[in-house]
Design a protein around this ligand. Sequence first.
Ligand code: HEC
Ligand code: HEC
Ligand code: HEC
Ligand code: HEC
Ligand code: HEC
Length: 392
Amino acid sequence: MSRKPRPTWFVLAAASFAILLIGAPSVPGQNDPAVSEEAETIVPFALPKSGPFNPADIEIKNDQSITDWFRSAHADAAAEAFRHWDEEEEITAVCATCHSGEGFRDFHGLDGTTAGKVDGPINTGGVVDCGTCHNAGLADIEEIAFPSGLMHPVQGVEASCMTCHQGRTAGSNVVKAVGDMDLDEPNADLRFINPHYATAAATWLGGYGGSGYHYDGKDYSGRFFHARPVSSCVSCHEPHTLEVAFEPCLTCHQADSAEGIRIARQSYDGSGNTSKGIKSDLQANAATLLEMIKAYAADVAEVPILYDGTRYPYFFADANGDGVVDQSDGKAVAYTSWTPRSLRAAYNWKLVTADPGNYVHNPPYMLELLYDSIEDLGGPLGTDIEALNLLR
Ligand code: HEC
Ligand code: HEC
Ligand code: HEC
Ligand code: HEC
Ligand code: HEC
C-alpha cells in the first residue's frame, strides 16, 4: 500500500466529529499525550465567537449525509461488529482495521503511523465513521492486499470498501491446512476455517481474488465486471444508507425485485425453472451442498455434524445423531472430525453464504464453487451427480 504521509489534523477532526455524533466514550489520541495537546489546538467545532443564536437558523452542513449514515449498519454502535471487544476495552490490532474508523486509518497509515499494520491500541466505541471514507489520504492508496496475497488496484473510496469487505481467508489457507492428508480420513488437527462476514469484495473478485477453495483441474470465473455504470461498490450502494436502489436496475433488467433478476437461460439447480431469479438457483445449490456435508459427516467421517448459524464456529458435533448439538461442561462441542474433503466443501459453502449479495456480486463464481464442492462430496457418497441435473 503506497501512500504519502498525511497531516494528523484531518484525521483527528474527522474522528472527533463522528464521536461527537454518536457520543462514544473514546477520545482520539488519549494514549498519546503529544497528540492530545495537538488535538486541543485544532478542535474543529469550537464555540462560535458571538451569539446567542436561534438553533433553527443555523445551517447544519451535511445534514442529509449524516442522517443517512446514522441509520446505516456502519453507524450502528450497538452491533456485535463494534461491541465485540467491550470487555477487553481495546480492539485487538488484527481486528481493528475493519472494526473501527480509527483502526482503519491506523492500518493505512492515514494517522501518520506506518502503513500496512495497526500499531494500536485501538479504542472501543468506534464505528465506520465519516473519516473512514472522507479522507484525502485514500486517494493515494493504489492497491489493496487480499488474503490470497493478491494486490488489487483501487481508486478512491473503493480502497475503503475493498479493505473491510474482503473477508479474512483465502482458498490457500484451506490448501495449507489439509496438506497431503488422506482425503477421507478425519483428522483432529483440522478446524473449521471461517471466511468471516459480509465478504462482498471477495465474491466480486471471483477466482482472481482467490477467496474460494479451487478444485484441481477446474477453471474459475474471475472478477464480475457486471456492466457500466454498475461496476463499483458505490455505483449500486448509496455510500451512507448502504442501500441499493432497484429502479436503476430496470434499465437493463426485467424483474420485480433484485432477487428476481435473471439473465441465465438455463437452470443451475436442476429445477428446470428459469422464471425465478438466479438467487434462487444459488440458494438451492447451497442447500444441496449443506445436506451433502451432513450426509458425508455421518456416513464417511462417521461423526454427524450440525450447523448453527448463530454461534461460532458454526459447525458442531452430534455424535449420537439425535439432531441436538453435543454439550460438554455446559458448552457446545465444536465439530472436530473434519476430513480434508469435508473441510474444503464446508469452507466454500460458508464463503458463498457469508455474502447476502452473492447473486449480484458474482453469480458465476458462486455457482462454480457450489457445483464443484457438491461433485467432490458426491464421489465417496456414491451420489449420481448427473441425476441431480445441476449446471456448473
Ligand atoms: C478484513 C476486515 C475484517 C477483519 C480484519 C476482521 N473483521 Fe470482523 N467483520 C468484518 C465485517 C465487514 C463484518 C460485518 C459483517 C456484518 O455483520 O454484516 C465483521 C463482523 C464481525 C463480527 C460480528 C459477526 C456477527 O455475527 O454479527 C465479529 C464478532 C467479528 N467480525 C470479529 C472479528 C475478530 C475477532 C477479528 C480479529 C481476530 C475480526 N473480526 C477481524 C470485517 C473484518
Ligand atoms: C463508507 C464510506 C462513507 C462514509 C462512512 C461516509 N461517506 Fe460521505 N460519501 C461517501 C462517498 C463515496 C460519497 C460520494 C457520493 C457520490 O459521489 O455520489 C460521499 C459523499 C458525501 C457528501 C456529498 C453529498 C452526497 O451525499 O453525495 C457529503 C456531504 C458526505 N458524504 C458527508 C459524510 C458525512 C458527514 C459522513 C459521516 C456522518 C459520511 N459522509 C460518511 C462515502 C462515505
Ligand atoms: C472500516 C471498515 C469498513 C469500511 C471501510 C466499509 N465497511 Fe461496510 N461494513 C463494515 C462493518 C463492520 C459492517 C457491519 C456493521 C454492523 O454489523 O452494524 C459493514 C456493513 C456494510 C453493509 C451491510 C449493511 C447492512 O444493512 O447490513 C454494506 C452494504 C456495506 N457495509 C457496504 C460498504 C461499502 C459499499 C463500503 C465502501 C463505500 C464499505 N462498506 C466500507 C465495515 C466497513
Ligand atoms: C450491481 C450492483 C452491486 C454492486 C456493484 C455491489 N453490490 Fe453489494 N449488494 C447489491 C445487492 C442488490 C445486494 C443485496 C441486497 C441487500 O442485501 O441489500 C448487495 C448486498 C451487499 C452486502 C450485504 C448486505 C446485507 O444485507 O448484509 C454487502 C456488505 C455489500 N453488498 C457490499 C458491497 C461491496 C463492498 C461492493 C463492492 C466490492 C458491492 N457490494 C458491489 C448490489 C451491488
Ligand atoms: C447497464 C446495464 C445493467 C444495469 C444497470 C444492471 N445490470 Fe445486472 N447485469 C447486466 C449484465 C450485462 C449482466 C450479465 C453480466 C455477465 O454475465 O457478465 C447482468 C447480470 C446480473 C445478474 C446475474 C443474472 C444471472 O442470471 O446470472 C444479477 C443478479 C444482476 N445483474 C443484478 C443487478 C441489479 C440488482 C442491478 C441494480 C442494482 C443491476 N443488475 C443493474 C447489466 C446491468
